[in-house]
Design a protein. Structure first.
Length: 217
């Protein structure tokens, strides 16, 4: 199963990607998580990416393409993958197409999460993330069992540095300008599935599994 999750920031891509990754036993590839880890470790990639991420801008394409290319070489990707946060513009989509063609593999589906802007803001305001394993929680919609502690690994949860009002607005603007054209792009490729992302986390997941099963068989 090779999937791409598309949608505005805060739409629930990371949350569903983790669930799909467990369900299908395929790796979850989040360029955002990879970049945040690099920033935390202070690697050259992290140093370069940080200023863009803080401003809510896209990190330069050449850096991103290198990350993805390298990640797709790892043996766990032979089973498939669920990508979240990549591609984010037409250039990256074309780059991915080339990589997949070279490997002689195809995407099964691109899932587009539909969530209106007003609801995104509420999701950001309540988002808490695990700095160790990348799990994403919401103080109201998806609280951890123990307040502010990650269910999966026990780390203390944090608010993402770029989840502040002004950066969030910039990220949504960048999404509309750069990423939204990918909906049309993948519709033309005949592999786009749009889903209503305003439903509960479990409802969205159930719907996704149903659609994917129908799509693949
Ligand atoms: P969200 O889940 O809120 O959409 P991400 O974790 O995917 O956020 O991304 C956080 C930041 O990392 C983005 O605002 C951007 O600066 C950078 N980033 C992540 N993925 C990409 C990508 N594919 N291309 C360019 N920049 C990216
Ligand atoms: P993305 O990766 O698209 O930026 P996340 O998966 O991190 O989005 O979700 C953003 C926030 O919204 C998180 O706090 C998450 O717990 C919450 N969330 C995710 N899906 C839903 C949903 N279907 N209903 C309500 N809240 C959700
Ligand atoms: Zn954790």
């Amino acid at each position: 199963m090779r999937l791409i999750l598309l949608g505005p920031p805060g739409a629930g891509k990371g949350t569903q990607a983790k669930m799909l990754s467990d369900y299908f036993g395929i790796p979850h590839i989040s360029t955002g998580d990879i970049l945040r880890a690099a920033v935390k470790e202070g690697t050259l990639l992290g140093v370069k990416a940080k200023e863009y991420m803080e401003k809510g801008l896209l990190v330069p394409d050449d850096l991103i393409m290198e990350i993805v290319k390298e990640r797709l070489e790892k043996p766990d990707c032979e089973k498939g993958f669920v990508m979240d946060g990549f591609p984010r513009n037409l250039y990256q989509a074309e780059g991915l197409k080339k990589i997949l063609e070279e490997k002689n593999i195809k995407l099964d589906a691109v899932i587009n999460f539909d969530v209106p802007k007003e609801e995104l803001i509420e999701r950001f305001t309540g988002r808490r993330v695990c700095p160790s394993c990348g799990a994403s929680y919401h103080i109201k919609y998806n609280p951890p069992l123990k307040e502010n502690i990650c269910d999966k690994c026990g780390s203390e949860l944090i608010i993402r540095a770029d989840d502040n009002r002004s950066t969030v607005e910039k990220r949504i603007e960048v999404y509309e300008k750069e990423t939204m054209p990918l909906i049309e792009y993948y519709k033309n490729e005949g592999i786009l599935i749009s889903i209503d992302g305003t439903k509960s986390i479990d409802e969205v997941f159930k719907k996704l599994i149903g659609l994917l099963r129908g799509e693949i068989q």
